[in-house]
Design a protein around this ligand. Structure first.
Ligand code: NOJ
Length: 469
């Protein structure tokens, strides 16, 4: 690694479901996560929920203080749909929720921190799930209405919007494997319906913004995608190309390729499988001419979440329902982790910084060197302030970004995950990703910098990757 390489930096991020708490305060409606954690506490590792979490709703000023302490110039956070539209529909609005986000945005801007806003980071209003959520195409107009209100309410100040966080992971967890609420187990069907509806919701939102708001607001829009880089055990580049089309192409091809729609061989393979199963049509049909043209080009940059890389080999044994890729029955690949690389507290997260460099080069070569904004990248542990492994993780991943940039990749920003420890969905509070620890037993939930916060401060200040710390 070179000492003190230049890198464009200065961001950090959080998701409101994970940090806000105040699950039913001031008129907020319930999300599917509120219902789930209340009804099935045994499904969360430590039996916890996000009712209070780290209380960013009440303690945003403490968050602002640590953002300033870090010295960031961007902050990514999400808006909780049911906080401002309690049952999801925009005809019923909750002014107190709107006031809260106005306050957050205004305070960030007053302190020289640009708000980067995710419209949907998994807090689906319960009422919308009652009608099938993302598996019902009704969601397209519901999301469009919601997005339009967000542009009206906050678009004068928010210039970077992210629509729906991690479509592939979201669809698989909610409607494929069903490991997250609403726990629908319909792999290869529910997850594909969801993915199709998300792409349409995203594309329609982008077009609506361009038509109605862009001239005045001049913002940019992205679709945050988690991508694991995949290495072939047999070193076979065709395998990697085919597997990456399932891993990212199902989102990237419709949005970023010149031809649009899902990758042709993915469409063909899934259609053949579906027909062989005796179905009348494919479980993943083409998006069609109209929707392909709406979705194609509907992103001003590639919003990338990168955590780890995997190995692939042709599937011979049993299908792994928990694989992070989309349905193994369709990909025909078995995935495994790099067991020789250190593992984080999250079982799916191994330390593979080379994967980020290789992924960025893959994106450069496959998607016409599109601008990449890295929105998430982080390491989990069980807590403690001497988090040297987190420092190593970020140092090495930042270096991977620098290497990629030096090789012509068009990366313009890097945001670690995350500002502070928070609620990690079905893992509860057992996995910590933050630069700041939170005292969960004190009334004011004080935030304390870990060693990694000191490291990241140095990164931001020097705009370089510190070799020594
Ligand atoms: C991606 C998600 O966007 C975020 O909410 C989560 O905490 C991290 N992955 C770590 O699992």
């Amino acid at each position: 690694m070179e000492e003190d390489d230049d890198v464009d930096d200065g961001t950090v991020n959080d998701c409101t479901l994970q940090t806000e708490g105040a699950w039913n305060a001031d008129g907020k409606g319930p999300s599917i996560w509120d219902d789930y954690t209340h009804n099935y506490p045994d499904q969360v590792k430590d039996g916890s929920n996000a009712d209070d979490s780290v209380e960013s709703y009440r303690l945003f000023d403490s968050d602002l203080k640590i953002l300033k302490d870090l010295g960031v110039d961007h902050y990514r956070f999400s808006i909780a749909w049911p906080r401002i539209f309690p049952n999801g529909s925009v005809h019923l609005r909750n002014q107190k929720g709107i006031d809260y986000y106005n306050d957050v945005i205004d305070k960030l801007l007053a302190n020289g921190i640009e708000p980067v806003v995710t419209m949907f980071h998994w807090e689906l209003p319960v009422e919308i799930q009652k009608f099938g959520g993302f598996t019902n195409s009704l969601i397209i107009e519901q999301f469009l209405d919601y997005a339009e209100e967000l542009f009206k309410l906050f678009g004068d100040r928010v210039k970077t919007w992210l629509t729906i966080n991690e479509p592939k992971e979201l669809c698989k967890a909610l409607y494929g494997s069903g490991v997250s609420p609403p726990s629908i187990n319909a792999p290869g069907v529910g997850d594909y319906l969801c993915l199709t509806n998300i792409l349409k919701s995203h594309g329609a939102t982008y077009r609506m913004y361009r038509e109605k708001f862009y001239e005045k607001q001049r913002g940019r829009i992205g679709l945050p995608s988690n991508i694991n880089f995949l290495y072939s055990k047999a070193n076979n580049t065709d395998e990697v190309a085919r597997a990456m089309d399932f891993e990212f192409g199902v989102v990237g091809h419709p949005v970023l390729s010149k031809s649009g729609d899902f990758p042709p061989h993915v469409l063909k393979e899934i259609e053949q499988k579906s027909l062989a199963e005796g179905r009348k049509r494919s479980r993943l049909p083409s998006l069609g001419k109209y929707w392909s043209s709406v979705i194609k080009g509907s992103s001003d940059f590639l919003a990338l979440n990168y955590y780890t890389a995997w190995q692939i080999e042709p599937l011979t044994g049993q299908v792994d329902e928990d694989s992070m890729m989309i349905d193994e029955r369709d990909t025909n690949f078995a995935t495994s982790m790099f067991e020789n690389c250190p593992r984080a507290e999250s079982v799916w997260l191994h330390f593979v910084p080379q994967g980020l460099e290789d992924l960025l080069k893959y994106i450069r070569d496959t998607y016409d060197n599109v601008e990449v904004k890295i929105l998430e990248n982080g390491w989990s542990d069980t807590g403690g302030n001497d988090d040297y492994m987190r420092i190593e993780y970020h140092r090495n991943h930042l270096q991977a970004v620098v290497n990629a940039i030096n090789d012509g990749c068009n990366v313009t920003s890097y945001a670690p995950w995350s500002l502070m420890d928070s609620f990690e969905f079905t893992s509860g509070y057992t996995q910590k990703f933050g630069f700041y620890a939170v005292n969960m037993t004190s009334p004011n939930k004080e935030r304390t910098p870990k060693k990694s916060a000191e490291f990241y401060k140095k990164v931001i200040k020097s705009k370089s990757v510190p070799y020594k710390f």
